[in-house]
Design a protein around this ligand. Structure first.
Ligand SMILES: N[C@@H](CCC(=O)N[C@@H](CS)C(=O)NCC(=O)O)C(=O)O
Length: 202
């Protein structure tokens, strides 16, 4: 049995859970919850970065981050499933994943800014810089939303999780300003049951 160290709200963990479902690996992965703010949580021994997701493989090796775990799960499932073998499709999927992970990273920094940094220490220009990454990223995605055919790839899984995280922590305004992404999100939700099943409800 593999063990997934996780928190319910993490969009990066959600990537892994959706990938696991799509690849038919759910019954091979046990979920183990983490308290990210607890310094005694054993996560910091498993992943020196102290971040989720971390996946403990059957041989005891620990894999992180979500990109590495998705590639590992694809390998366990036989390869070429969520990480296409075709070179052009593979690099398109990896680039889409990088863009959506980057939007997530900027979004998370904004959330952590509010959560951990006292108001008087905030620097507006730095906040604006992160918001710019999000706005430009969403605009680029709206201009070229990927086609959804067959098994979703790592890029599409990450796009869905990124949009879900915007809904969770920000507001749903992106839906009206980005109608093609809105339609894409709904099509993904209809096609991939694990998306609804992994929605964080707090
Ligand atoms: N690039 C990493 C990002 C993981 C990440 O930032 N996870 C957050 C939860 S959403 C976390 O563990 N934060 C705790 C911390 O940064 O100390 C991945 O793709 O797995």
């Amino acid at each position: 049995m593999m063990i997934l160290r996780y928190t319910g709200a993490s969009p990066y963990v959600r990537k892994v859970r959706i990938a696991s479902s799509v690849l038919g690996l759910d019954d091979k992965i046990e979920l183990s919850t983490v308290n990210l703010d607890d310094e005694s949580d054993r996560l910091r021994g498993e992943n020196p970065l102290g971040k989720v997701p971390a996946l403990i493989a059957e041989d005891g090796a620990v894999y992180y981050d979500s990109r590495v775990i998705l590639e590992y799960l694809d390998h366990v499932a036989g390869g070429g499933r969520i990480l296409p073998r075709d070179t052009a499709a593979r690099f398109a999927a990896l680039r889409l994943q990088a863009l959506c992970d980057g939007i997530l990273d900027a979004s998370l920094l904004l959330v952590y800014e509010n959560r951990y940094r006292p108001g008087e220490m905030r620097v507006q220009s730095w906040i604006d810089r992160q918001a710019g990454k999000v706005a430009r990223g969403l605009a680029a995605l709206e201009a070229s939303a990927p086609r959804l055919i067959g098994t979703p790839d790592v890029g599409q899984i990450t796009l869905a999780c990124m949009l879900g995280y915007r809904d969770l922590r920000f507001d749903e305004g992106w839906r009206t300003t980005h109608p093609r992404l809105h339609a894409w999100h709904d099509a993904f939700a209809a096609q991939v049951p694990a998306f609804a099943a992994t929605k964080f409800t707090g």
